[in-house]
Design a protein around this ligand. Sequence first.
Ligand code: ADP
Ligand code: MG
Length: 201
Amino acid sequence: MNDRKNGQAPEVMTADRLGQMLTPRQGKQRLVLMVGIPGSGKSTVGDGIEKAGYVRISYDVIRQRLFGDAKEHGEEGQVGRAFREELRAVLTSGKSVLVDNTNFLKDMRTHIIEIARQCGVGDVHLVVMKVPLPLCLERNRARDRVVPTRTVRHMHWKLTGSEWPTREEGRMTIVRPGLRADSGVPTYLVGGFAFAVACTN
Ligand SMILES: Nc1ncnc2c1ncn2[C@@H]1O[C@H](COP(=O)(O)OP(=O)(O)O)[C@@H](O)[C@H]1O
Ligand SMILES: [Mg+2]
């Protein structure tokens, strides 16, 4: 995993700026997968990416739609089936898609990437949230919908170990939390593909 280019420091930017850099090329569909544990900032970064021209889909939104509650899991496989149906439908309609799930296991990502390939979409981009566990736990505890601490710890252990994404899965942008901005707008330290784009623009 290399999120530096020519030894330069990655660039600090807002989620909107990152989204602009990931804007799908004219007439080209792209699949963007967020990768990160709860509290890592996926949905906040996802706001900027969605604005750049993506349809955002996630298990949370499917659960909310099916059960009126993002905490409800329903019967075995139900949410996954609805999610895959929606993914196919949006990709078939020709739109670019942002998947705002944790995607912390390689298998989760592989299944989604396979559906995209079946729909003729080969441009796959991973936005990987590299955020320290204590910060994620602190943010998680401050929310309405708290994920159990041991679940978050387990996901972190998996993701930072055997399940860390590789270049074979797609292009990668590594996102770290930026320094707290005076403006109050969250910033991110962005390396990898999006950083390389920023350097050429
Ligand atoms: N760069 C940042 N700086 C400060 N706070 C942030 C930053 N990114 C996200 N947050 C905050 O952290 C919390 C979790 O972010 P969220 O995007 O919901 O994470 P996820 O979708 O990965 O669970 C939110 O309260 C959000 O406002
Ligand atoms: Mg989220």
